[in-house]
Design a protein around this ligand. Structure first.
Ligand SMILES: CC(C)(COP(=O)(O)OP(=O)(O)OC[C@H]1O[C@@H](n2cnc3c(N)ncnc32)[C@H](O)[C@@H]1OP(=O)(O)O)[C@@H](O)C(=O)NCCC(=O)NCCS
Length: 374
């Protein structure tokens, strides 16, 4: 028997005259929580959405509807359905992939969705396309069923990204984000430098502020720059204030005086070793220029916009394009998906806000350059 011909269908944007066929697909595909004709018409006409249909010879086989909420970087898969006759032929997968592409082109970085816990076909489709469960809602549907919340990053390192190939290194302790970010920068600039757990702790011992917030000290930008300079890299520190750093996050007078002493010592060492410390704020344009000139940048951020906690955290800026900066986050967000911590896209509008730390509104970064070697 000859193989059956591959199933032929096209994906295109939904238009108003699809509404009847969409309504009928909706009836065939869902037992409850269906979209009404009026809602379908609304979404066909709306602008802040991706609404795609799959069709074969004038027959509508399926659709995917994604909402693009203004002011966020998230796309939300609002509904996807393939009529019973078209199922199991790759149409759902093709619709969702096309919807991800269109959402990514509209500047969205993540796709999120909710799916009924019992909907095995849909969950298998999402898992196959790389979605991960990150939460659940109880009694979400009309039939009181629970929903799983799933998410996928839809914007990866784009072709036209200006960046160096930077190896990623996950920090081994809570307090060594600074050393991990520094090691990534050094390894990205010089393939002979290999990040390792011993140097991670050595860097921390060279760069620690001793105290920070209430726990173990994090790393001081000048301390990190001095440590990288010692390893043969050219560095320059940018910091938007002249007083001792991280002093506001500590209450005890005794601890404050230790932090002050350490800060003063780093500044003195910087002066002695010719390390530039620029007491100025820095702009997005400067960051872009540094990256385009072949430098890498380690930057202090507040994790507030990543995980809701206001913790100081060092990351490595690894690339830039028209819409985003990309960073390597040394914190492993998900052990199984370290890719999610690499070339993590941050919208240009968000990067400045993200890099303001604490009540003192500290902004600091270290520009790291390849040393001139014979
Ligand atoms: C979920 C749905 C959209 C899938 O569409 P589809 O065109 O049949 O899916 P595809 O043929 O593209 O299948 C892609 C993958 O999904 C999974 N999948 C699809 N149907 C499946 C089923 N019945 N059982 C298990 N896995 C299934 C498989 O992993 C499949 O990959 P494979 O073919 O390599 O095994 C379709 O079943 C549907 O419309 N269901 C009713 C509406 C619905 O539940 N929508 C989701 C709301 S959250």
């Amino acid at each position: 028997m000859p193989n059956p011909a591959p199933f032929d269908f096209q994906i295109r944007n939904a238009v108003e005259c699809d509404v009847d066929a969409l309504f009928s697909l909706e009836q065939q595909s869902f037992a409850g929580d269906r979209l009404s004709r009026r809602r379908l018409r609304h979404w066909v006409r709306a602008e802040n959405r991706v609404f795609l249909v799959a069709e074969a010879t004038d027959q509508l086989l399926g659709y995917a509807l994604v909402l693009l909420r203004r002011g966020t970087r998230l796309a939300r898969l609002y509904s996807i359905a393939v009529g019973p006759a078209g199922r199991g032929k790759g149409i759902g997968k093709a619709l969702l992939s096309a919807a991800e592409d269109a959402s990514s082109r509209s500047g969205r970085l993540y796709m999120r969705l909710e799916v009924a816990e019992a909907n095995r076909a849909a969950i298998a489709l999402y898992q196959q396309l790389g979605y991960r469960t990150f939460g659940s809602y109880a009694n979400y549907y009309e039939d009181a069923g629970n929903a799983l919340r799933m998410q996928k990053r839809i914007r990866y390192r784009p072709e036209n990204l200006h960046t160096l190939e930077v190896p990623w290194y996950g920090q081994r302790t809570d307090f060594t984000c600074g050393p991990a970010a520094a090691m990534m920068a050094m390894a990205g600039l010089d393939a002979r430098y290999e990040p390792n757990a011993t140097d991670e702790l050595a860097l921390w011992r060279e760069a620690t502020t001793i105290f920070m917030t209430s726990g173990t000290g994090g790393c001081h930008p000048i301390g990190l720059a001095l440590a990288m300079q010692k390893r043969g890299f050219d560095c320059a520190v940018y910091v938007n204030q002249s007083g001792p750093l991280f002093i506001h996050s500590v209450r005890s007078a005794r601890k404050k005086s230790v932090i002050e002493q350490v800060d003063a010592d780093y500044r003195q060492q910087a002066a002695l070793s010719g390390l530039p410390v620029v007491t100025e704020d820095f702009s997005q344009e400067q960051c872009q220029q540094w990256l385009e000139d072949g430098a890498l940048v380690i930057m202090l951020i507040s994790t507030y916009r990543l995980d809701g906690k206001k913790v100081p955290h060092w990351v490595t800026l690894t690339g830039v394009d028209d819409e985003c900066f990309y960073l390597h986050d040394p914190d492993v967000d998900d052990e199984d998906n370290p890719l999610d911590s690499q070339y993590l896209p941050i919208a240009r509008d968000d990067i400045t806000r993200m890099s303001i730390f604490g009540g003192e509104k500290l902004r600091t970064s270290v520009v790291v350059r390849q040393p001139d070697r014979p």
